[in-house]
Design a protein around this ligand. Structure first.
Ligand SMILES: C[S@@+](CC[C@H](N)C(=O)[O-])C[C@H]1O[C@@H](n2cnc3c(N)ncnc32)[C@H](O)[C@@H]1O
Length: 248
């Protein structure tokens, strides 16, 4: 995964990120309820959302837990952070996640939702985060697996196998960093008009898709049109691994 692809992807997508990836309030709430539970988020916690993007998940979390401290929302792309609405209890930090983890600071709970695959030196990230967490603190990774169940073209499904992080390896690396690791998962069934999903793919709603050339993407969309020629509504499963690391 090159930084050029990520730069192109998140600077281009920032304005439309929530349009494509919010899906529905029910979808976001089902994910955040499980985040709150696995993090055991308490009102006094200092909460960091690392690679938090537009703050979609943090904003829904603060609707459920009245945090006394402002959320620390870290993301290297100011274009993503700029989408956080004004007046929310969120402080944004425009910084790479690994770099942030090396800064002095103490935190209680850290969420990394679909961003850990963008950080290459994950063993170092987990060691840093373990050191920064207060005793009783927790790190929660939430992300899609390498094997996607999305109605995408074959080359995208194949590239995903190396694009997204391997949950078993993440769990091992977290254990090595000192965490007590617990795993769970959540499945959500999406249902949407085929054209809506095709538009999302055309707009490269995932960084994986931005890694294809315009010609490859056009060919991929043609393949999808052939594959689902007789279907108007697409139904597909979104699987999220939840990997929590507790510092006892
Ligand atoms: C798929 S988005 C997820 C955003 C948010 N967590 C969510 O679920 O809506 C991945 C996020 O990781 C951020 N990111 C990319 N490289 C990163 C890095 N090196 N450190 C931290 N975050 C990074 C991107 O800017 C983007 O906001």
């Amino acid at each position: 995964m090159t930084t050029d692809v990520l730069q192109k992807h998140y600077t281009n997508l920032a304005d439309d990120y929530d349009t494509y990836l919010h899906y529905s309030g029910e979808f976001v709430r089902s994910l955040t309820q499980k985040m709150v539970a696995m993090l055991d988020l308490q009102p006094d916690d200092v909460f960091v959302d690392l690679g938090g993007g537009t703050g979609m998940y943090s904003l829904d979390i603060v609707r459920q837990v009245p945090l006394r401290h402002r959320v620390v929302l870290v993301d290297p792309f100011p274009e993503m952070l700029a989408m956080v609405p004004e007046g929310e209890p969120v402080d944004t930090v425009a910084m790479d996640g690994l770099q942030f983890s090396e800064r002095p600071g103490r935190y209680d709970k850290i969420l990394i939702k679909e961003a850990v695959h963008h950080i290459e030196d994950r063993p170092r990230l987990f060691r840093n985060v373990f050191d920064r967490l207060n005793p009783g603190g927790a790190l929660l990774l939430v992300h899609v697996p390498p094997e996607l169940d999305y109605p995408l073209f074959d080359a995208a499904l194949e590239r995903s196998l190396n694009w997204h992080a391997d949950p078993d390896e993440l769990a091992r690396q977290m254990k090595d960093a000192g965490f007590l690791v617990e795993r769970d998962s959540l499945d959500f069934e999406h249902e949407m008009p085929k054209e809506q999903y095709f538009d999302m793919v055309r707009a490269c709603y995932m960084s994986l898709l931005t890694s294809f050339s315009d010609e490859e993407l056009a060919a991929g969309l043609k393949e999808m049109e052939r594959k689902w020629a007789d279907i108007e509504i697409l139904k597909f499963n979104d699987h999220f691994d939840y990997i929590a690391g507790y510092k006892r």
